[in-house]
Each structure stands twice: as structure tokens, then as C-alpha cells.
Design a protein around this ligand. Structure first.
Ligand code: PBG
Length: 333
């Protein structure tokens, strides 16, 4: 008998003895192709504009967006998710700039598609909040409530103009009931059967979207609690999931990622389509801010958050660190 007890055979620490051993037995690995870069492009600027709550992330000009796409591609990143930021005077109650074939997002889609072709998966956000003067993800009825079905008509057209502009994948993020089905029909109706839908299936109302709202210059007052999910719920996500799959979602997403890993794990366990997770602006900002204060090791913290998301079941991770992390992985870090 040893000090350890009477069954000394089992010593899990043996498999942690050296970096090489730990590397060999690792159950989860990050690969550049797991990563998707969300990127913002702003109309009417000639230099990129820094986003104060997201150090290192900018609102791109059309030109710097093209460069960012090439850089992501060269690093081995899988895809890019584009968000448009229109000029302030182009915002209106209906979010019209989002449906304009010459709106900023559509122009940027054409730019990026011309630059990288099919080498990078090009995705675009189908949602009105970037384009509405009230900042909601849909249009409002006469009582100021978000009108689900009137919004669906806008989303259908929005998905069509994005597909026409070169999106390989559209990502409806507005949490309107029926959005996936309506978009699928709209795409098929214009011969875009090959354009996929990445459904924001379980999207929670979250305080961690704060920095994003600065990034897109959101006009929102109030919150999105009548359409985004309540953070108390998980069963509700499985209901959303069933509906999205029935409506034709090709891929599904859980968002935010870090505070919802249990939801991610449940969703990943119950589907046979690829599952994405969106590590959102506030998750990014927290790590950057703590690192800047010298309170945590930035690179290790980033790796740990991403590994956690992958371990929970995501096969694709949207993260503002995508290019940097992919570059590091390529360099063998
Ligand atoms: C809505 C949308 C949001 C994000 C992506 N698409 C935010 C919201 O619901 O206000 C958040 C992304 C992030 O915080 O990084 N179009």
C-alpha cells in the first residue's frame, strides 16, 4: 500500500507529465477552419474607425474590409460574417438601406466576393437593427411593438439582395418567428437554392451585446426582450431549434457563447447539422479589458474561451479574434 491508497494503478497525472503528452491526449483542438470572423463595414468613411469598447476591432472602410478578408483567408479562417453600418441619414423606420441593392452591406458583399471568390465562406447578417432609426431588429406597428410578420417580408427581400450581391450564407439574427422559412422560400424563388441559411436559433437577450451596439452605431433605446430569449431558459431553445430545422436551416447557432455553454451542449447533442456559437462583443471586451489591466494573460484566456466553446459542442465559432488566433495556430502555437 502507498500513501495514495490501495489502488495505485489509476494516476491520471501520468497523462499530464509533459507538453508532448498533454498534446497527444488532448480531446479538443482548435483549427483555423473552426473560426469565422465577424466584420463591420461603414459607409462614407475614408479611414477605419476604432470601436472604443472593442480594442483592436474597427469599422472598416470598403477598402480595409477587402484587406481584412484576404488576411483572414491567408490565415486559414473559414468564413467572414459581414455587418453593414449605413450613414446616419440613411436610417429610417423601415430599415430601407438594408434592402437597397446599393446599400453598404450589399456593396461590401460584392467587394469581398470579387476579392476572395469562393475561397472564404462569405456570410451576411439579415437583420434590420443596423438600418432602423429606432434601432429595433424589425419594423414597428402603430403601438410601437415589433411587428413580426411585417418584418418577415423585409427579411425575405433583404436575404434576396444579399444573395444577389454574393453571400454564400445568410444569417438571420432578428429572432422573428418564421424567419428561416420565409427566407428559404424567398431565396428559392429567385433561384438561390444554393445559398445556405445559418439560423441564429438560440439568441438570448444579453447585456454582453453592449460593445456591438457601439460598433454598429445602434439607435436602440430600451431592449429586445420581446423577441430575443430570456437567459433563464433552455427548453425554449430546443423549441426554437426544432422550428428552425423544420423551416430549412442548414446550420444553427447559439449566441452569446460563453454564458450559454449548457445551451450549446444541448443543441449540439440533439442535431445533425453543423452548430455554430457566437462569441460576442462583450465576451471579447471583458478579456481585452482585464488583459489591459494586467489582470489575466490575454493569449491564454482567449485560447481557453475558444476551447471551452468548442468542447461544449460548437463546430464553428464566430469570434473577433478569428484571424489572430488562426495566425497563431498556423505558427504552431
Ligand atoms: C443583431 C445582432 C446583434 C449582434 C449580432 N447581430 C446584436 C443585438 O441583438 O443587438 C451582436 C454581436 C455582438 O455583440 O458581438 N443584428
Amino acid at each position: 500500500m502507498t500513501a495514495y491508497g490501495s489502488f495505485p494503478g489509476a494516476r491520471p497525472r501520468r497523462l499530464r507529465t509533459t507538453p508532448a503528452m498533454r498534446r497527444m491526449v488532448a480531446e479538443t483542438r482548435l483549427h483555423p477552419a473552426d473560426l469565422i470572423l465577424p466584420a463591420f463595414v461603414r459607409e462614407g468613411i475614408s479611414e477605419p474607425v476604432a470601436i472604443s469598447a472593442m480594442p483592436g476591432v474597427v469599422q472598416h472602410t470598403r477598402d480595409t474590409l477587402r484587406k481584412a478578408a484576404v488576411e483572414a483567408l491567408e490565415a486559414g479562417v473559414a468564413g467572414i460574417m459581414l455587418f453593414g453600418v449605413p450613414e446616419d441619414e440613411k436610417k429610417d423606420a423601415l430599415g430601407s438601406a438594408g434592402l437597397d441593392p446599393d446599400g453598404i452591406l450589399q456593396v461590401a458583399l460584392r467587394d469581398v466576393r470579387a476579392e476572395v471568390g469562393d475561397e472564404l465562406v462569405i456570410m451576411s447578417d439579415v437583420c434590420l437593427d443596423e438600418y432602423t432609426d429606432h434601432g429595433h431588429c424589425g419594423v414597428l406597428d402603430e403601438h410601437g411593438r415589433v411587428d413580426n410578420d411585417a418584418t418577415l417580408e423585409r427579411y425575405a427581400e433583404m436575404a434576396q439582395v444579399q444573395a444577389d450581391a454574393g453571400a454564400h450564407v445568410v444569417g438571420p439574427s432578428g429572432m422573428m418567428d418564421g424567419q428561416v422559412g420565409v427566407i428559404r422560400d424567398a431565396l428559392d424563388a429567385i433561384g438561390k437554392e444554393d445559398v445556405s441559411i445559418l439560423a441564429y436559433t438560440a439568441k438570448y437577450s444579453s447585456a454582453f451585446y453592449g460593445p456591438f451596439r457601439e460598433a454598429i452605431g445602434s439607435s436602440l433605446r430600451g431592449d429586445r426582450k420581446t423577441y430575443q430569449q430570456d437567459s433563464a431558459n433552455v427548453r425554449e431553445s430546443l423549441r426554437e431549434l426544432a422550428l428552425d430545422l423544420e423551416e430549412g436551416a442548414d446550420m444553427v447557432m447559439v449566441k452569446p457563447a460563453g454564458p450559454y455553454l449548457d445551451v450549446l451542449a444541448k443543441v449540439a447533442d440533439s442535431v445533425d447539422v453543423p452548430v455554430a456559437a457566437y462569441q460576442i462583443s462583450g465576451e471579447y471586451a471583458m478579456v481585452e479589458a482585464a488583459a489591459e489591466k494586467g489582470w489575466i494573460d490575454r493569449d491564454k484566456a482567449i485560447a481557453e474561451t475558444l476551447l471551452g466553446i468548442k468542447r461544449a459542442g460548437a463546430s464553428m465559432i464566430l469570434t473577433y479574434w478569428a484571424t489572430e488566433v488562426a495566425q497563431g495556430l498556423g505558427a504552431g502555437r
